[in-house]
Design a protein around this ligand. Structure first.
Ligand code: 5RP
Length: 221
């Protein structure tokens, strides 16, 4: 947890007065939102867009002013976590189920800073099952198509219930084991009817901050 906190808090150093900031989702992004909340209470003037209802609720509790896409066109900086990061800064995201909003917010941001602990840094993506968001209608057919791409697809459930995203969709966790060609896989997945988006983030970030268990932090650019 300490490694996550150190990385997330460092990312907040880049936030300036007047910025529109994207708030990520998950246990690492949580620390960035907490620090932003403290800075806002001390007078920092920002507006934010959250990538999940959970992060929106946290931001509201902390007094961080929120805006919507109808009020702005571009975010200055988004700070978010990831499940895996490779050396080319390709990512797997969506472990927390927020991949779609995370990708929409990241795509509208001038800069996406990814904050992770050292255990998320990998040589090749794929050990972490890739989350794919699919619509409920015909989900059995969509899952069969995912299987045909060579993965083991598991429909996500929590506490005995099917998991439903903030957008009212299902998540399928697809174990590929190794993802040798993330760009191609990203395209193939999103061509399947019923797939809304997948957790591969390719070419979306130029800055990754890694926190280490021994308290060190490394900024990779
Ligand atoms: C949520 C995400 C998270 O950023 C990712 O799962 C990492 O989570 P955590 O910081 O809790 O390890 O993509 O959809």
């Amino acid at each position: 947890m300490e490694a996550k906190r150190i990385a997330a808090e460092r990312a907040v150093d880049d936030v300036r007065d007047g910025m529109i900031v994207g708030l990520g989702t998950g246990s690492t992004a949580y620390y960035a939102i907490q620090r932003l909340g403290r800075l806002v209470q001390q007078g920092l003037s920002i507006q934010a867009i959250a990538t999940s209802l959970q992060s929106e609720q946290l931001a509201t509790q902390l007094g961080i002013p929120l805006v919507s896409f109808s009020e702005m066109t571009e975010l200055d900086l988004t700070i978010d976590g990831a499940d895996e990061v490779d050396s080319a800064f390709n990512l797997i995201k969506g472990g927390g189920g927020a991949l779609l909003r995370e990708k929409i917010v990241a795509a509208a941001s001038k800069q996406l800073t990814i904050v992770v602990d050292e255990h998320k840094v990998v040589r090749q993506l794929g050990k972490f099952a890739l989350p794919v968001e699919i619509v409920k209608f015909g989900y059995e057919a969509t899952i069969r198509k995912l299987f045909q791409l060579g993965c083991e697809p598991i429909l996500r459930a929590r506490d005995g219930e099917l998991y439903v995203t903030d957008n009212g969709n299902y998540i399928v966790d697809c174990s590929f084991n190794q993802i040798a060609a993330p760009v191609e896989l990203h395209r193939e997945l999103n061509l399947i009817p019923g797939v809304v988006d997948n957790g591969l983030f390719v070419g979306m970030t130029k800055k990754v901050i890694v926190g280490y268990d021994n308290g060190d932090v490394q900024v990779l650019e």
